[in-house]
Design a protein around this ligand. Structure first.
Ligand code: GTP
Ligand code: SPV
Ligand code: MN
Length: 615
């Protein structure tokens, strides 16, 4: 260090931290001071999560030109943000798991030794917040004090991230008060990597071409650099609630999953069921979470749309919470026809990112309305008309909205200790092979089904849309440890739960016919699938056993009112042994990457499947 001026600078940065500190916990103060001394912000703000704070930050951003206020009559309290065109989705190739041992990250994660990664990162973070405000954002994942709840702090130089974190988590003072000396909490640091030198003007969406999304599961830390978008910047979400939490869950006997969460009430008997479902990114979780049944007999209520934490309860059943407090949902394709509940949820208090702006100051995206506006400002700020020949909204454009605005929100979202699960669905986007729905033959077979999910890529990942890839448990980009060990953990959970384990199903609303159109109407009509699932769980229907699992027997799937689907049923449920056997080959190759870490139970399931297909 040496010179007096460096010392002075350090003292004044430490003073910036302590002056506004809203906690006396020395562990928090020390960590925040360390990060501030490294990143060298101009000011430090401890966030309290209040409406005043929201109003102040949004006003500052509007003033600075990084947020556009929407028409107060049409979309009160709402804003539009436009990202840099090179910062529009998660960056999986720049996402790293930094465990001490490479094998603990496994072949599906990018790995770096923690010390090496820190050495690579520190020069980038050194001074990365110059000229900016550093926000200290304490947050709770789950109700403060709940049995499954975890706490964390995100330090960020992005006011956009602060606004989103206020919607997505229980953010503010009560979370900070829960972080007591010696308690376990997750430390996350985020910088857009765009320091402002003296007098330099800011841009609307600061970010850096160099990006790092790094996780240190053994020390419960996340360091994210260079991106302001979604899961790269809202570190509570994929970084904490999935990658870090999956490691915590393995250690402590619970599961962190990329799942929606639903409450279902049989309106005749008033019996209540709960279901979770894991689908890859942009494959219909938000839509299913807000399901409006097209058949009578069911009331469907929303608990979560993206992440669920599952933990065995005192009675031996598996309990689930949605640790989040908002939706960060895909905008395109969301409309009155496909998801009226989401449209109602978005009435106001919403941050929209990368959608189009209408001439009357509202938002639009492909699929919002059938009628296409004659003129828009597109997601990049350019004039747009229907014959511009490009989408007006980015395919991964999103809305951030408080879950409490959802008209179908279940009271159980507030429940401290979660809801008992009756059924778990695994799905993906599959044009071929995978039937509309099938029940697994056992827990172990269900884990095999989850482990072998493939899905066509969507715009939520960088890369080629439509390309088929393995996405086990919809967790490929989100598992913080070796995927084969994760399968083993699922098998162990099954042993712990025994008879109390939820039933596991496979689902696919995306199968297409020879004509290339979807065979199944999907959306609200997915209630028909859920109806069969629950009637299987309650033992009301028998199903018929096939090589890949139990399918609905003739007449069991309720098709009242959509009789025109009947001719498609054969194709929707067709199991072609040859193409399934070909997929078994690919599964064997896929498993081979994990060597002898693949649990014997899954190899046995692969052998069993081949045998059933061949006989
Ligand atoms: P992440 O937030 O990225 O994790 O994804 P998500 O699974 O919540 O995605 P979402 O529900 O927003 O999926 C959006 C896309 O799936 C849109 O393009 C929808 O039109 C489409 N989609 C949703 N449900 C269905 C369905 O039942 N059938 C068909 N064909 N498409 C659907
Ligand atoms: C996903 O990609 O699965 C999302 C969006 O839910 S993000 O939070 O950006 O990861
Ligand atoms: Mn997701």
């Amino acid at each position: 260090m040496g010179s007096t001026s460096t010392l002075d600078a350090e003292i004044s940065i430490a003073k910036l931290v302590t002056d506004g500190a809203t906690t006396a916990n020395p562990e928090v103060i020390e960590w925040v001071t360390e990060v501030a001394e490294l990143t060298k912000p101009e000011s430090v703000v401890w966030c309290d999560g209040s409406q005043d704070e929201w109003n102040r930050i949004t006003s500052e951003m509007v003033e600075a030109g990084s947020l556009i206020p929407l028409n107060k009559d049409l979309r009160p309290g709402s804003f539009l943000a436009r990202s840099h065109p090179g910062d529009v989705a998660r960056v999986e190739d720049r996402t790293f798991i930094c465990s001490e041992n490479e094998a603990d990250a496994g072949p599906t994660n990018n790995w770096r030794a923690p010390a090496d990664m820190k050495a690579e990162l520190m020069p980038l973070f050194d001074g990365s917040m110059r000229g900016r405000t550093m926000y200290v954002v304490p947050f709770s994942m789950g109700p403060v004090g709940g049995a499954i709840t975890q706490l964390g702090i995100e330090i960020t130089d992005s006011p956009y991230a602060v606004l989103n974190m206020r919607i997505m988590t229980r953010m503010g003072q009560s979370a900070l008060d829960g972080i007591t000396p010696g308690s376990e909490w997750v430390r996350t640091v985020h910088s857009v990597g765009a320091p402002l030198e003296f007098g330099q003007d800011d841009v609307a969406w600061p970010c850096n071409d160099v990006k790092y999304i790094t996780h240190f599961p053994e020390t419960l830390e996340v360091w994210s650099y260079g991106s302001g978008y979604g899961g790269n910047a809202l570190l509570s979400k994929k970084c904490f609630a999935l990658r870090i939490a999956s490691v915590m869950g393995r250690r402590e006997g619970w599961l962190a999953e990329h799942m929606l969460l639903l409450k279902l009430t049989d309106t005749v008997t008033d019996k209540v069921y709960h279901l979770s479902a894991a689908f890859p990114s942009a494959c219909g979780k938000t839509n299913l979470a807000m399901l409006q049944p097209t058949i009578p007999g069911w009331k469907v209520e929303t608990i979560g749309d993206d992440i669920a934490w599952l933990r065995p309860g005192k009675d031996g059943r598996l309990y689930a919470i949605n640790p989040e407090a908002g939706f960060f949902g895909v905008a395109p394709g969301t409309g009155e026809g496909t998801n009226p509940v989401a449209m109602e949820t978005l009435w106001g208090n919403t941050v929209f990112t990368n959608v189009a702006l209408t001439d009357d100051g509202d938002v639009w995206w492909e699929g919002k309305t059938e009628e296409v506006p004659g003129h828009l400002i597109d997601w990049q700020g350019n004039d747009w008309t229907p014959d511009s020949g490009r989408p007006s909204a980015h395919p991964n454009s999103r809305f951030t909205v408080p879950i409490q605005q959802t008209p179908t929100l279940a009271d159980e979202w507030f429940e401290q200790d979660g809801v008992p699960l009756d059924a778990i669905l695994f799905g993906g986007r599959r044009a071929t092979n995978v039937p509309l729905v099938a029940q697994s033959l056992s827990w172990q077979h269900g884990v095999f089904v989850g482990a072998t999910i493939s899905s066509e890529k969507t715009a939520a990942q960088e890369g080629t849309v439509g390309e088929l890839r393995r996405d086990p448990f919809a967790m490929l980009p989100f598992c913080g440890y070796n995927m084969a060990d994760y399968w083993g953990h699922w098998l162990e959970m099954g042993e712990t739960l025994g008879e109390n384990a939820p039933k596991i199903f496979q689902a696919n609303s995306f199968r297409t016919g020879a004509h290339g159109r979807f065979l199944w109407p999907g959306f609200g009509d997915n209630s028909r699938v859920i109806d069969w699932v629950i009637r299987r769980v309650s033992g009301e229907v028998e199903g018929r056993v096939s090589a890949v699992g139990t399918l609905p027997a003739e007449g069991e799937l309720n098709l009242d009112g959509i009789e025109d689907v009947r001719p498609e049923l054969d194709e929707l449920f067709a199991i072609d042994p040859a193409s399934w056997l070909a997929e078994c080959e690919l599964t064997e190759e896929f498993f081979a990457q994990f060597g002898d870490r693949v649990p014997a139970g899954l190899r046995a399931e692969l052998a069993g499947l081949r045998q059933r297909l061949s006989s």
